[in-house]
Design a protein around this ligand. Structure first.
Ligand SMILES: Cc1ncc(COP(=O)(O)O)c(C=O)c1O
Length: 369
């Protein structure tokens, strides 16, 4: 059995070895990609190679890729940059979308966690002038996959644009801009084995975007600031690896095994999003009457790293807006944890999780008896 089980891949994935090598080489180089001399040109070439790789991952044009400081900035750029009218945002979006969309109309989701397309149709039809719709491809807490192509068709029928946060979906399920019909797509490197602090907003077609940062004219005037060359290089390598590997199938097997073993141990456990299509790596489940923070700490003591299902920032667990939007009673939502797997997850890590979670379950039930 391994010393520790890292089952928090939706929070961040480990850097791929190839990414570390490419970034180390980039860190050792000097040169500003905007400089016209040879060192500058070499850096420019590295950035453009990464841009082509990101574009290829999602079937976009390289000039549609805008590098940002991560997924949160990409989401903000999409909503602030393309938003000049009304805004419709699904009730389960990541906080970086919700924060950028203050005053937006919320699109409800069904109990399964899937967005209510009929409600979207009504809201988008009623929006005057036409709106920007923001709908993620896969939810970070439950893994539930959203019908983005259908939502985009509805949006377009009413003259609206669609932004898709593809950050959790990238590298786990196919992600093609054209098939999704999304006009704007956000990506983040650190969810797919690239570095933290770099991401991209990808545009379909010639969408005019108001920049949030102005200055040096980088990124075709859409995002000023000297490029994070090592980060962008690492991102480029990570997307190439993500595109070329088929790890998802074995991850799904391990996730399903974890789900079956945990729910067999705890028949009162609830799995969120189980009625819908989910990412192959994500499992969100509750241990009734045991706060998520207690579970996360007990698992950590046993060497198992997971997240509270509820949004957890600065160590504080807040009630999950995602589970609330799915109609989960607060007591269920407060006892939900998120287990997320990745390409190097081993069966022994699942054994360790099942053992530690099962021990906690038995202990709490014995105490309550
Ligand atoms: C769905 C989703 N959107 C956006 C973000 C933010 O990305 P970043 O951490 O790169 O700012 C995350 C990160 O957890 C996420 O899961």
């Amino acid at each position: 059995m391994t010393d520790a089980a890292y089952l928090d891949w939706n929070a961040t994935a480990p850097l791929r070895t190839e990414v570390i090598a490419a970034m180390s080489a980039a860190l050792a180089r000097c040169g500003n990609p905007s400089s016209v001399h040879r060192w500058g040109r070499a850096q420019r070439q590295a950035v453009e190679q990464a841009r082509a790789a990101v574009a290829a991952l999602v079937g976009a044009r390289p000039d549609g890729v805008i590098f940002t400081s991560g997924g949160s900035e990409a989401n903000h750029l999409a909503l602030h940059g393309a938003y000049h009218r009304s805004l419709l945002v699904s009730a389960i979006e990541h906080d970086s979308v919700r924060a950028a969309a203050e005053g937006a109309t919320s699109i409800p989701v069904q109990r399964s966690g899937v967005v209510a397309l009929d409600a979207l149709e009504q809201l988008v039809a009623a929006a005057r002038p036409p709106s920007l719709v923001s709908l993620m491809l896969a939810n970070n807490e439950t893994g539930v996959i959203q019908p983005v192509a259908e939502a985009a068709a509805i949006a377009h029928r009413h003259g609206a644009l669609l932004h898709c946060d593809g950050i959790q979906a990238a590298g786990k399920i196919p992600l093609a801009l054209e098939a999704l019909g999304a006009d704007l797509l956000s990506l983040s490197a650190h969810k797919i084995g690239g570095p933290q602090g770099v991401g991209a907003l990808v545009l379909r077609g010639d969408l005019a975007l108001t920049p949030m940062l102005s200055g040096g004219g980088q990124e075709r005037g859409r995002r000023a600031g000297t490029e994070n060359v090592p980060g962008i290089v690492g991102f480029g390598v990570a997307v190439q690896l993500a595109a070329n590997r088929g790890d998802s199938i074995c991850i799904a097997g391990l996730r399903d095994e974890a789900q079956a073993r945990l729910t067999a141990l705890a028949p009162d456990a609830r799995v969120f999003g189980v009625e819908a299509d989910r990412l192959p790596n994500t499992l969100c489940l509750s241990m009734p009457d045991v706060p998520a923070a207690t579970q996360v700490m007990a698992l950590d003591l046993a060497g198992v790293m997971v997240s509270a299902g509820a949004a957890c920032s600065s160590g504080k667990v807040r009630p999950s807006h995602v589970l609330a939007a799915m109609g989960a009673p607060p007591e269920d939502a407060q006892s939900a944890i998120r287990i997320s797997l990745g390409w190097s997850t081993e069966a022994s890590e699942i054994d360790r999780l099942v053992e530690a979670w099962g021990a906690l379950y038995r202990r709490t039930r014995a105490e309550a008896a």
